[in-house]
Write a protein that binds this ligand. Structure first.
Ligand code: NI
Length: 208
């Protein structure tokens, strides 16, 4: 190929430059998606994971109890004045249309305020949204761990700045509806602004 040996060196330099460019392209920093962090090359989102918490009846509940069914999970707190009840109502409406018997999809509300949302507080709250709603609470450490798994943001905010948290508090929190598949992996997610008709259509499609 190289009948003119003086061309060999420039040729090798060119090959090396191309290889370097390819390596740089592979290793270049990529922007992360803003909502849930890292999207891996397979197209799945690394969020979720197994948990064991306490249900509204005071019994321990594990995510593995729901294997084979979809989990529609929302994190919030029972004294939330607006976003949580609105979002839970949208979930309830969609489920009433897509899976009225509650055979395929389990709606789950996980509190981000475990100190106040005891099983006794959760029970009547989740019942408002449907008989098959599961309300989950736990120790502060258990809830912190599950928030980390689901990349949930939650922070106490004083209702009365002068008195601080002693004057009562609300929770500043992220608001994401997660659909976990029968294998426990994330199947889809929406923010609280999802139009009810879209949530219904997406749920129908994703849980076929
Ligand atoms: Ni809320």
């Amino acid at each position: 190929m190289f009948r003119k040996p003086q061309l060999l060196v420039p040729y090798l330099l060119l090959v090396a430059a191309l290889a370097g460019a390819a390596l740089w392209w592979q290793a270049r920093p990529r922007a992360e998606t803003p909502v849930l962090g890292k999207v891996v090359s397979s197209g799945t989102i690394q969020v979720g994971g197994p948990f064991t918490l306490t249900g509204q009846d005071g019994k321990r509940v594990a995510s593995s109890d729901f294997r084979g069914r979809y989990m529609l999970i929302y994190f919030g707190y029972t004294t939330c004045p607006d976003v949580c009840p609105t979002t839970l109502a949208v979930m309830a409406d969609a489920l009433a249309k897509v899976d009225p018997a509650g055979k395929k999809i389990v709606p789950i509300f996980i509190t981000i305020d475990p100190e106040r949302d005891t099983p006794k507080v959760l029970a009547p709250y989740v019942k408002e949204f449907g008989d098959n709603f599961v309300g989950l609470t736990g120790s502060v450490a258990e809830i912190a761990a599950v928030e980390k798994q689901y990349k949930v943001y939650a922070k106490k905010t004083p209702l009365d700045d002068k008195k601080g948290l002693a004057g009562g508090y609300g929770m500043d929190h992220s608001s994401v509806i997660y659909l976990m598949g029968p294998d426990g992996r994330i199947a889809s997610y929406w923010d609280e602004l999802v139009p009810p008709a879209k949530l219904e259509a997406d749920l129908r499609e994703r849980t076929k």
